[in-house]
Design a protein around this ligand. Sequence first.
Ligand code: HEM
Length: 155
Amino acid sequence: MGTLLYIIFFHVLGAIIWVGGMIAIRFAVHPALQNIKDDEVRLARTLEITGRLFALVAPFIVILIASGLYLASVFGFRGHTDLSMIVHVKEAIWLVMALNYGAMVWLRFKAQSYFIGGNFMMAKKYLAPIAKYMLPLNIFLGVLALYFGLVLRGF
Ligand code: HEM
């Protein structure tokens, strides 16, 4: 029981930080950033905030898949039972979220290079899809993974 408690603790902590972090940045920080009218200041702060968010969640992405696989094996969600299918759905959700995260890190890196080179137009162009599509997609998928986690719990 002891080890399992810590594994579930870190699985849920990872979910809180990854999904909650994205929600806070997208719905509380992003709208407030838009009130900064100076392009250079707004872009600099956007790059800093996304950089800090992505660094913060990186270890928890790894913790989520590792703890999830461990839990699935401990609870015996194997073969082709209903619950094992839900584990596979969660694995697929995690994979899409991790790839989407990687794409966001890449876009942010490109935007940072343009920003340093003084090309604010291109920096903006590379940052735009992160707030518009990519964070909302990962928030939606994250909430879905959370829901399926509770189904696996037996509710
Ligand atoms: C993508 C992000 C993920 C999120 C946000 C997430 C979230 C959650 C949450 C909130 C729970 C409920 C914990 C509880 O009440 O006990 C849970 C349980 C669970 N998750 Fe995940 N999860 C994710 C990924 C995964 C992955 C990739 C796997 C498997 C490879 C997985 C396997 C499990 C299992 C087996 C449980 C059941 C634990 C139990 O019965 O207590 N999860 N997850």
